[in-house]
Design a binder for this molecule. Structure first.
Ligand code: NAG
Ligand code: NAG
Ligand code: NAG
Ligand code: ZN
Length: 308
């Protein structure tokens, strides 16, 4: 049986271990930079086909998550070989993000991939209308400046549903409703939709909630940075934000600007996919400390989807 002495010794040891861990963490992060689930990419800079480097399997998981890869062979998916399928996936990613399609993990590709982003995949079931698809159709020469995309099957709200209601889950953090309401107002000003807030969460067309990692809808969050939020295509109307992000209202260094993120996710709720225009609200990535508004590409996209 444990005595009081054993117990306090045990607690002391635990405390010491904790202190050691803490000082290690401080020493290895002298600038107090939050680590990101995408940090593994940093170590893969310069990798290309034929390489076998620890962590390549994480790159495969990353590209699979966002729709770029679908290995039939699980051992090829789990190993660290930079194979032909992976090279092809990197090239497709580079085309979608208007990077040089080298198939290599050059610095620009790695820094683009490391930007915290939306969890909505760029490619769904192998289908996308992002640049890579247009590239294929036009054999590499694209004469369009519009780079918005739709969701495969073009899901959209029917004309009887152009007046949408939205609601926040009970106990939503107090700074969210006003910031997200401004994002709805911006879309309302620029489209044929109107949005009104309701307190009836169950019956609202659009349901907004903050979720923690592994909440079991198949697209788990991953703690600070990495994936920031996700939402579903029409007419599902679900919008989840990662509760563990360092959210801010307005631009603050080291924080994710909530209104900007909401503008992006509302785009998905209305039927837009990701855009290849770096300045568009529908580009997948949102670095900390950045605020964006709607871009002509986003408005063109919605108008084209709804023929208005
Ligand atoms: C799956 O991939 C592994 C590793 O490349 C290979 O050894 C194996 O033969 C493959 N299996 C099939 C069924 O293709
Ligand atoms: C993707 O394909 C699978 C199998 O064909 C299907 O069950 C699933 O609904 C599809 N998902 C989407 C989002 O279209
Ligand atoms: C969180 O955001 C605040 C600004 O709102 C910033 O001062 C702080 O450094 C950020 N924290 C981290 C861990 O990045
Ligand atoms: Zn998105």
């Amino acid at each position: 049986m444990a005595t009081k002495y054993d117990l306090s010794l045990c607690i002391m040891t635990l405390l010491l271990a904790l202190l050691t861990l803490l000082s290690y963490a401080t020493a290895s992060h002298p600038h107090n930079k939050t680590s990101s689930p995408f940090d593994f990419l940093e170590h893969l800079k310069g990798c290309h086909k034929g390489n076998r480097v620890k962590g390549i399997n994480n790159l495969k998981k990353y590209l699979e998550r966002f729709g770029y890869l679908n290995y039939k062979n699980h051992s090829r998916f789990n190993n660290d070989d930079f194979d032909d399928l992976l090279e092809e996936a990197v090239k497709t990613y580079q085309i979608n993000y208007q990077l040089k399609p080298t198939g290599k993990l050059d610095d620009k590709t790695v820094s683009t991939m490391m930007i915290p982003r939306c969890g909505f995949p760029d490619i769904i079931n192998g289908t996308t209308s992002m640049l890579s698809a247009k590239h294929r159709q036009h054999h590499g020469s694209i004469h369009t400046t519009a780079h918005y995309s739709f969701i495969p099957g073009n899901p959209k709200w029917p004309p009887s549903k152009y007046r949408l209601t939205y609601a926040f889950a009970p106990n939503t953090r107090s700074d969210a409703p006003a910031a997200i309401a401004r994002a709805f107002a911006t879309w309302q000003k620029n489209t044929h939709f109107t949005f009104s807030k309701t307190s009836n969460y169950q019956s609202a067309d659009l349901k907004i909630s903050f979720q923690r990692r592994d909440h079991g809808d198949g697209v788990p969050f991953d703690g600070p940075l990495g994936v920031l939020a996700h939402s579903f295509s029409p007419t599902i109307g679900i919008f989840h934000l990662d509760a563990e992000e360092n959210w801010s209202v307005g631009v603050k260094p080291g924080a994710i600007e909530m209104e900007t993120l909401a503008l992006h996710e509302i785009g998905h709720l209305l039927g837009l996919g990701h855009s290849s225009v770096k300045e568009a609200i529908m580009v997948s990535g949102l670095p900390a400390g950045v605020k964006r508004g709607l871009h002509p590409d986003d408005i063109q996209g919605i108008k084209a989807l709804y023929n208005v």
